[in-house]
Design a protein around this ligand. Structure first.
Ligand SMILES: Cc1cc2nc3c(=O)[nH]c(=O)nc-3n(C[C@H](O)[C@H](O)[C@H](O)COP(=O)(O)O)c2cc1C
Length: 321
């Protein structure tokens, strides 16, 4: 019997599995997110720096594969953020996840429209601040994750956040099977979020070069870029990533780039990996768990295999208590 976690948000959304497909700029398309929701998890469309029309188009694509609720992940630093929120509200999206930043200026408005808000947090302090401002849950994301990261690992971050807040805590970072999912539950999480595992799914629309790179990656094949610029992101160790890290030492002495320059760099390099599969110039964001992701599966199997394995482990542990 699969274990049911006590998570009122997941119950309200009618999810079969307590598993979220984390929002991934460019990679978290409407098709992937819709497929995850249709299979009983919660899919989240990653919107990055997209403008409103692109966001609306991907919401429509999600609706082509599911009538179930799905979420949209927004980049609060985006210059298009106001119009993106307008689309989310107009389209009746049920869940908003936020990456870096503080979503509280938009919170009342989102809540008025019945939207559940879940920010990603890399620390206890930010989790407490978010709870005080009234968010519905937090996603505690460890530094094993693909994409932008903080500095604490999932193992240390999750139990400390769980102890510090009274809202549901979703664990993210380094989870790709039932063992990781069960471990996160043992740490006190009432849900898990995976990104890298879903990159290697049948419904993932990333370029084949990107999928192949995830499948080929070993445990030590990711690096962190942006360390010196205060904008850390975990990517696969490609030629571009190594060059980027080398250049940072020079770049950091220059004046800080403005928002438009950061958008051009980040939006461009991730798009080149996801859409073009450009091995020379793309940023192949992926987590350390890529070393354990060795096959492409349909999202329905990823969800069922992960949660049935976790349930078996949790049932065994709880029975012996
Ligand atoms: C290609 C890629 C892009 C990502 N983009 C975003 C993003 O736009 N916003 C965000 O909050 N998280 C982003 N993430 C993080 C994921 O939502 C998720 O939390 C993370 O992948 C979980 O760790 P894992 O990769 O070890 O499963 C991204 C991750 C990847 C791999």
């Amino acid at each position: 019997m699969n274990v049911q976690l006590n998570n009122p948000i997941f119950e309200k959304l009618g999810m079969t599995y307590p598993i979220i497909q984390g929002g991934m700029a460019w990679a978290g398309t409407g098709h992937l997110a819709g497929s995850v929701s249709e299979a009983g998890g919660l899919g989240i469309i990653g919107t990055g720096y997209w403008h409103a029309d692109q966001v609306r188009a991907e919401i429509k694509r999600a609706r082509e594969v599911t009538d179930r609720p799905f979420g949209v992940n927004v980049m609060l630093m985006s210059r298009h953020i106001r119009e993106v929120f307008d689309v989310i509200i107009e389209e009746g999206v049920k869940v908003v996840a936020t990456g870096a930043g503080d979503p509280s200026p938009y919170l009342d408005e989102l809540h008025e429209h019945g939207i559940t808000v879940m920010p990603v947090v890399p620390s206890v302090g930010l989790a407490q601040m978010m709870e005080k401002k009234g968010v519905d849950a937090v996603i505690a994301e460890g530094s094993e994750s693909g994409g932008h990261i903080g500095s604490l690992a999932t193992m240390t971050l999750v139990p400390q956040v769980v102890d510090a807040v009274n809202i549901p805590v979703i664990a993210a970072g380094g989870i790709a099977d039932g063992r990781g999912a069960a471990a996160a539950v043992m740490l006190g999480a009432s849900g898990i979020q995976m990104g890298t595992r879903f990159l290697a799914s049948e419904e993932s629309e990333i370029h084949q070069n990107f999928k192949d790179a995830v499948l080929k990656a070993r445990d030590i094949d990711t690096v962190v870029t942006g360390e010196l610029m205060g904008n850390r992101a975990r990517v696969l160790k490609t030629k571009m990533a190594k060059k980027y890290i080398k250049n940072e030492r020079v770049e950091v002495t220059k004046p800080k780039p403005d928002a438009a320059a950061v958008e051009k760099l980040e939006n461009g390099s991730l798009r080149r990996a996801v859409v073009d599969g450009d091995k020379e110039n793309g940023a192949f964001m992926a987590g350390q768990i890529a070393g354990m992701v060795n096959d492409i599966e349909p999202v329905s199997e990823i969800l069922e295999n992960t949660w049935s394995q976790a349930s078996e482990l949790l049932n065994k542990t709880w029975r012996t208590k």
